[in-house]
Design a protein around this ligand. Structure first.
Ligand code: HEC
Ligand code: HEC
Ligand code: HEC
Ligand code: HEC
Length: 343
C-alpha cells in the first residue's frame, strides 16, 4: 500500500516535469514598457525608469557636488583625484590652457563620475587605498566615497617628519570623514592604544549605509546629506528610538572637547586662531591674522593637537563617524599637551 503510493507520487512528479517542459511557447510576451520608460524592472512599491532618474537628478542638484571648484579642477593631480568628474572617471586631464576662456570647462561630480570608469570600478571591487594604511581597505560600495573623502595625508609619515625636526610646514587634514570611519587617519602617538567604534566604520557599504538611505520610493537617496527623517531607519536598528544625530548629546560633547583642546593649543603656542591655507595648517599669532607661527615655534604635542582638532572640526560629523576614535584622538592630544584629562 505504502509502496504504491510512493510510486504514484513519483509518476505525478515526472508528469508535472513533462507538462512544464511541453508548455506552449506562445505565452503572451511581457508587456511593452510605456513610451519613455527605459527600465521595466519597477519594484513592486517604488518608482523606476525616468521617474526615478528625474527624482535622483533633483536630489543630486542639492548635493554640493554639481559644480567643480575651478582653482583645483584646473590642476591635474587634484582634478584626476577628485575635483573634476570627467578627469576622475576617465583619468584623462585636459589642460585648461588649451582652451580659450569661453571654451574652458570643468565637470562637477555628476552621474557619470560615479557610474562609469574609475567610480564604477571602485563600487564593483569595494577596495580602496588610503594614504595612512599599507593595504587596501574593504569598504563595499563606500569605496567610491572614500577615494575622495579620506583626508589625503599619511599621518604616520607626518608624525615621523615632525618628531625628527624635519618639518618645514604644517601638514593639514584635507576634509577626511574616512580618516575617522577607518579609525586610522588622525595623527597618533605610536605607543598609545586608540579607541575605535567598528559598528559605525564597518557597516557593509560604509558611507552609503548612512548617507544614501533607501527612500520610500525604493531607490537610494542622492543628496548624500544626512536627513533626520531617516534617523530611525539608518541608526534605529542599533540605537532604538533615535530621532537625531546628537545621540546622548555626543555631538555637543565633542564640540565642547574641541573648544577645550583649542584653548590649550592657544595657551601653549601663543596663537589665537587655527585655519588652513596654501595646503597647510596656519597658526595665526594675532587677531588681525597677519602674523603666523613656523614649525620651530610649535612643539610636537601642540602640532598633533592642532592637526587632530582641525580634522574633527572640518570632517563634518562631530564625532558620529567614529565616536570612540574621536574621543581618544582628542583625549590623547590633550593629555600629551597639558598632562590633564578633557572634561
Ligand atoms: C570624485 C570625488 C568624490 C566622490 C567619489 C564623492 N565625493 Fe563627496 N564631495 C566631493 C567634492 C569635491 C565635494 C564638494 C566639496 C567642494 O568642493 O566644495 C563633495 C561634497 C560632499 C558632501 C557635502 C559636504 C558639504 O560640506 O556640503 C557630502 C555629504 C559628500 N560629498 C558625501 C559623499 C558620499 C556619501 C559619497 C559616496 C556616495 C561621495 N561623497 C563621493 C568629491 C567626491
Ligand atoms: C554611522 C553613520 C555614518 C557613516 C557610516 C558615515 N557617515 Fe558621514 N555623517 C554621519 C552623520 C550623522 C553626520 C552629521 C550630520 C549632521 O550633524 O548634520 C555626517 C556628516 C558627514 C559629512 C559632513 C556633511 C556636511 O553637510 O557638512 C560628510 C562630508 C560625510 N559625513 C561624509 C561621509 C563619508 C565620506 C563617509 C564614509 C567614509 C561617511 N560620511 C560615513 C553619519 C555617517
Ligand atoms: C557621488 C557618486 C554618485 C553620483 C554623483 C550619482 N550617483 Fe547614482 N548611485 C551612487 C551609488 C553609490 C549608488 C548605489 C549603488 C549600489 O547600491 O550598488 C547609486 C545608485 C543609483 C541608481 C540605482 C538606484 C537604486 O537605488 O536602485 C540610479 C538609477 C542612479 N544612481 C542614477 C544616478 C543619476 C541619474 C545621477 C546623476 C543625476 C547619479 N546617479 C549620480 C552614486 C552616485
Ligand atoms: C550597526 C549598529 C550601529 C548603527 C547602525 C549605528 N550605531 Fe551608533 N553606535 C553603535 C555602537 C555599538 C556604539 C558604541 C560604541 C562605542 O562607544 O565605542 C555606538 C555609539 C554611538 C555614539 C556615541 C554615543 C555615546 O554616548 O558615546 C553615537 C553618537 C552614535 N553611535 C550615533 C549613531 C548615529 C547617529 C547613527 C546613524 C546615523 C548610528 N549611531 C548608527 C552601533 C551602531
Amino acid at each position: 500500500m505504502r509502496n504504491s503510493m510512493y510510486k504514484l507520487i513519483g509518476v505525478l512528479i515526472i508528469l508535472s516535469f513533462v507538462l512544464v517542459a511541453c508548455a506552449p511557447a506562445d505565452e503572451p510576451a511581457p508587456q511593452e514598457p510605456a513610451p519613455g520608460d527605459n527600465n521595466a524592472q519597477q519594484p513592486a512599491d517604488g518608482i523606476a525608469g525616468l521617474a526615478m532618474t528625474n527624482r535622483i537628478s533633483e536630489e543630486w542638484k542639492q548635493s554640493g557636488k554639481m559644480f567643480a571648484v575651478p582653482s583645483v579642477a584646473a590642476r591635474e593631480a587634484c582634478a584626476v583625484a577628485c575635483h573634476d568628474g570627467y578627469a576622475f572617471s576617465t583619468g584623462e586631464f585636459t589642460d585648461p590652457e588649451q582652451f580659450d576662456e569661453e571654451g574652458m570647462h570643468f565637470v562637477g561630480i555628476d552621474c557619470q563620475s560615479c557610474h562609469s570608469g574609475t567610480g564604477q570600478e571602485l563600487m564593483d571591487t569595494g577596495l580602496v587605498s588610503v594614504p595612512f594604511a599599507d593595504e587596501e581597505i574593504q569598504a563595499g560600495t563606500g569605496a567610491l566615497c572614500i577615494t575622495c573623502h579620506h583626508g589625503r595625508r599619511d599621518t604616520r609619515a607626518i608624525y615621523e617628519e615632525y618628531e625628527g625636526g624635519g618639518a618645514t610646514r604644517f601638514s593639514y587634514p584635507h576634509y577626511g570623514p574616512a580618516a575617522l570611519t577607518t579609525g586610522m587617519g588622525g595623527v597618533e602617538y605610536p605607543d598609545v592604544e586608540y579607541g575605535h567604534t567598528p559598528a559605525h566604520g564597518e557597516l557593509e557599504n560604509t558611507c552609503l549605509t548612512c548617507h544614501m538611505p533607501q527612500t520610500a520610493d525604493g531607490y537610494r537617496d542622492h543628496t548624500f546629506q544626512m536627513d533626520e527623517q531617516y534617523a530611525g531607519q539608518t541608526c534605529g536598528g542599533c540605537h532604538s528610538g533615535i530621532t537625531d544625530w546628537n545621540l546622548n548629546g555626543f555631538q555637543d560633547q565633542v564640540q565642547e572637547w574641541v573648544s577645550q583642546l583649542e584653548e590649550a593649543i592657544f595657551e601653549e603656542t601663543g596663537s589665537v586662531y587655527i585655519s588652513s591655507g596654501g595646503g597647510q595648517l596656519i597658526f595665526y599669532a594675532d587677531e588681525a591674522r597677519t602674523e603666523t607661527l613656523t614649525p620651530d615655534q610649535v612643539s610636537l604635542e601642540a602640532f598633533i593637537a592642532a592637526y587632530n582638532v582641525y580634522l574633527i572640526r572640518t570632517e563634518g560629523s562631530w564625532g558620529v563617524h567614529n565616536p570612540a576614535y574621536t574621543r581618544s584622538l582628542l583625549q590623547e592630544s590633550y593629555r600629551a599637551l597639558t598632562g590633564d584629562e578633557l572634561q
